[in-house]
Design a protein around this ligand. Sequence first.
Ligand SMILES: Cc1ncc(COP(=O)(O)O)c(C=O)c1O
Length: 339
Amino acid sequence: MPSNSLDWKNLGFSFLPTNGHVQADFADGKWGPLQAKKEPYISMHVAANCLHYGQACFEGLKAFATKEGKRVLFRPDRNADRMRLSADRICMEAPSVEMFVEACRMATELNRDFVPPYGTGASLYLRPLLIGTEPTVGIRASTTYSFIVLVTPVGPYYKDGFSPVEAIVLEDYDRAAPKGTGRAKMAGNYAASLKPGVVAKKMGYPIVLFSDPKENKYVDEFGTSNFIGITADGYYKTPESGSILQSITNESLQVLAQDMGLKVSRSAIALDGLDQFREVGACGTAAVITPVYSIQYRERKFTFGKPDRAGETLTRLYQAIQAVQYGEIPDRHGWLTAV
Ligand SMILES: Cc1ncc(COP(=O)(O)O)c(C=O)c1O
């Protein structure tokens, strides 16, 4: 589909064909060059390690068209760091930070006409992917890998935009094990979260809040986003847990919250203590912040603010991070990388 036929203001969050992706392959102990590929298909051995043993991890970040007409990536170095952490946890070779950022730049440049124009509220989503490609029948780490950066233009993650959703804690399911792979953005974690997601949707809840897998007493994170809560006495609270993904959106929002004079606390948050929050949000690259109006936990329903409107502090934080991403205010923390 040519980019000039896209309705930028009404994009969803699904894959749209683009000009292509960028790929590099690792073999004989070293990475080959990053190459632009037009066809959105890869050919691999049927016994490839990623297909059988899930040696696969990925990232998600965005490119924005700024007010001044530039194209920028938001904190790609942090995604590179996280991919290296994920790769280490599952014994994979990972690209260096420089190679990762260069691949993101190349993929954005290759698809420059797919970066949604400033003012549309849309962005270009980048999906770096790392997979073990060696045919392995016995279980061991692959010695060959492919690193791919594919892109697709996206609108807001939730079709109703920045409006509150209702969440549920499903204690019959854990997303990750206590000393497992929850901190890694590996493919299998997401397969494990599919079933609880389906169960929750059937019950009428668009998102699931996972509890800590050891005691099921504390908040861990939502299916694809971190938990943040705002208290009446000016705290931005987010859980400290060994089994959650270290969200780059959350990390950035914590800095902006401090800039706004909020106090930031990272410590265990008891599910029984959810009534301390005036506002709750789910944060991540895709939706930035999804306000959460209620959380059903056992027979209790905790509610936060108004069912039809995001709270004041989360709205300010949402606007602040978007203002940086779209270049509307100075990039004081050096988060933008020009393409
Ligand atoms: C499980 C999980 N937690 C949190 C996040 C948010 O992380 P980030 O802000 O880096 O997108 C994501 C999305 O990437 C996720 O999949």
